[in-house]
Design a protein around this ligand. Structure first.
Ligand SMILES: Cc1cc2nc3c(=O)[nH]c(=O)nc-3n(C[C@H](O)[C@H](O)[C@H](O)COP(=O)(O)OP(=O)(O)OC[C@H]3O[C@@H](n4cnc5c(N)ncnc54)[C@H](O)[C@@H]3O)c2cc1C
Length: 429
């Protein structure tokens, strides 16, 4: 076993399975998650086989009509593929191809959503940390939300908890680690547009619980819903609940005196100076990463990250006989305090990967584990990967699997972007 610096230690290889993953998280990642006890999502399993099954089961027929339905669950048309897409188990191009031949309206709508994901990735690849700031306008004043959840550590929620639509949403987010797009918009709007709480705290709260939590799509969703990065905030009221969740209001204690009967007041937002990176990319090559495999030496291991956990990850697939190395970044996890649902999902995935090849798992500082070790890796267009890669210096870097190559023009609006990249080419690059 390779020894690493005293700040890092090698962990045992997790056994395959849900309860083994839960035990692994409890024993090996103690104190690095949000809850006191380890919890797993009752709805999503990690692992390539779970991802493949979810894609096989998904039927795009009816997606366009039912994608925005929220309640009861059987009316929903959303695919539930996002945790697998987020972690590289289902590359966008594979999902895109999988729906070919379905009803054209449904296929178009579904592929449009995949392009939203691609847009979020382009946006984040170019703007990076700037996405943590309001990109177009800001709220003159919002109130901080204490602690991790809507109500902070044991504090009451910053709104009336008897509201059935919000309680359903908060409950599902915290229990399953996933929401349909519609209820993400409800909660983001209720949080900031109506109740004027900090959007940053809301984004962090989502990120903590979502199995698909990514800074790219989560920040884009919050910027869009709250109006700080879009033309108008999304207004949430009883109208959407009656339309998208028929029957839910009848279960609500507040049905006769609904506090969201009317639209929220339109906030008066202040313009901010637009980041120049929105209008043009001065370094497109950096945003895109390598277009071909770049090799400067002989790799002895493959470095995996949370973005590249698929069995067909390019660096993994090119090096089937090398061990794969994954490092749980202790400092990062201690700061993020993710829900243990996410950690269980990751460990389940790593456990399954270890059936066919050696998988080394470490806890500590990725730099101290990997610097000086000749590794192969797949480029990842996020600031954290770039920062680590500058020190780890992989000797073999595989291109990121873009669905569409980033372009240098204005990235401030999805509709302008999508026209530029070519929307419905049937065979993505
Ligand atoms: C406030 C807010 C926060 C969000 N946070 C995240 C996040 O952290 N991670 C994340 O992947 N998505 C996020 N989204 C986007 C979207 O809500 C989810 O991708 C979607 O609900 C996932 O469910 P699904 O796989 O069933 O989606 P489907 O409707 O089946 O869509 C298929 C795929 O398309 C992509 N997609 C769909 N809608 C969007 C969208 N609006 N933006 C980007 N990609 C999209 C996803 O990869 C999704 O898996 C957020 C949206 C909002 C409004």
């Amino acid at each position: 076993m390779r020894s690493t610096s005293s700040t890092s230690r090698r962990l045992p290889t997790p056994e395959v399975g849900r309860s083994e993953a839960e035990r692994f998280v409890a024993d090996q990642l103690t104190g690095l998650y949000a809850e006191e006890e380890v919890v797993a999502s009752p709805r999503f399993h990690g692992g390539q086989s779970a991802a493949d099954r979810a894609l096989d089961r998904f039927d795009v027929d009816g997606y366009a009509a039912r994608r925005n339905e929220a309640y009861p669950q059987h009316r929903r048309g959303a695919s539930g593929l996002s945790p697998y897409i987020r972690h590289g188990l289902l590359p966008l191009a594979r999902v895109w191809a999988a729906v070919a031949g379905g009803p054209s309206r449904d296929v178009r709508k579904f592929r449009d959503e995949l392009l939203w994901q691609e847009y979020a990735r382009h946006w984040y690849a170019r703007l990076g940390p700037a996405t943590a700031r309001p990109l177009r306008r800001r709220y003159p004043s919002t109130e901080p939300v204490p602690g991790p959840g809507p109500g902070g550590d044991g504090a009451p929620a910053p709104w009336d908890e008897r509201l059935a639509c919000i309680e359903l949403t908060v409950g599902e987010l915290e229990e399953d680690g996933w929401l349909v797009n519609q209820t993400r918009m409800w909660l983001a709007s209720h949080w900031t547009v109506r109740n004027r709480h900090d959007w940053e705290a809301g984004e962090e709260y989502f990120f903590r619980h979502l199995l698909d939590g990514s800074r790219a799509a989560n920040r884009l969703g919050w910027q869009w819903a709250t109006g700080i990065g879009s033309n108008r905030p999304y207004g949430f009221s009883r109208w959407q609940v009656e339309k998208r969740a028929p029957g839910l209001c009848a279960t609500c204690e507040l049905a006769a005196a609904c506090p969201i009967d009317d639209w929220p007041d339109e906030p008066e937002l202040e313009r901010v100076d637009a980041d120049p990176l929105i209008s043009a990319d001065p370094d497109l090559g950096r945003t895109i990463g390598p277009l071909n495999v770049e090799r400067t030496g002989e790799a002895e291991a493959v470095w995996l990250t949370a973005e590249s956990l698929g069995a067909d990850d390019p660096a993994l697939a090119a090096n089937p006989d090398l061990p794969a190395v994954f490092v749980f970044d202790r400092e990062l996890l201690a700061g993020l305090r993710l829900s243990s649902k996410r950690l269980v999902f990751l460990v389940e995935t790593l456990g399954e990967l270890a059936i066919d090849r050696e998988v080394e798992i470490h806890l500590g500082d990725p730099q101290s584990v990997l610097a000086g070790r000749p590794v192969a890796a797949t480029f990842c267009p996020v600031p954290g990967w770039r920062r680590l890669a500058a020190v780890i210096a992989p000797v073999e870097v595989h291109p990121w699997r873009w669905l569409r190559l980033p372009v240098a023009g204005n990235i401030g609006s999805y509709s302008a972007w999508v026209k530029r990249i070519g929307q419905y080419v049937d065979r993505p690059n």
